[in-house]
Design a protein around this ligand. Sequence first.
Ligand code: FE
Length: 279
Amino acid sequence: MSEIEIKKIVEPVETSDGAGVKLKRSIGTSAINYLDPFLLLDEFGSENKDDYMAGFPPHPHRGIETVTYMLEGKFEHKDSTGAKGIMSSGDVQWMKTGGGIIHSEMPAMSDGKLHGFQLWVNMPAKLKMSKPEYIYLDAKQIKIYKDEEKKIKIIAGKFKNYEGPIKGHNVEPIYFDIELREENEFKFDLPLNHNSFIYLVEGNIKIGKDKHQRIDGSSLIVLKKGKNLNVKALKRSKFLLIAGKPIGEAIARGGPFVMNTKQEILQAMEDYNNGNFIR
Ligand code: FE
């Protein structure tokens, strides 16, 4: 038996991105730059439209996958493959940027609450320059496991007989959105080699057997490798469990581009500036 314990608790950093959208960044910060294969995790959310109305006007990406999960609110997405659509509560957009995509994400709402997550998953060298792919998961397509104690939305991975729609993926991702009632436990076996984390959205939880500091809402909890994950809700809690198989390659970051070498980042910038970005 190897019970999973906490490796590190990271307080997200308040920052802004796009044209000034306020967000809380936890992966992709000085506290944790890269949790292979995860490059970035942002929680965006506000009830104040001034915090999000500016949106994310057109910008490029290369070498990564961006996974956007809307909890509340509406965003309109457009990209250089010609794809466009409105993302609303519960929807997921899993975009493989491959060699190049230019997209925009703008609020399709003029007030009200906006809340969601964006995760960046690295792509291995052999896939970085592939053709962009865009997987849109409507909230209704996402399977939900439900019992007396918990509710689990399965975006990727498998819980009991419920399997998420993202299949045949190189990092074998697990992405669950979990709601756990007070005093109940969530038990799950993780693949031994995956890197994993929990992002607590609200509530208060206890993980594993070791003593740890109180974990309140909006914190990133990086887990040690192991098999048996045991999470107890000290009060009704909501959290994301995300895990993936490490890629194990060097990374070079250049804002919206993540490649293996500095040279490839310079190439991406040159391609973008010369209009050769979209092939
Ligand atoms: Fe983007």
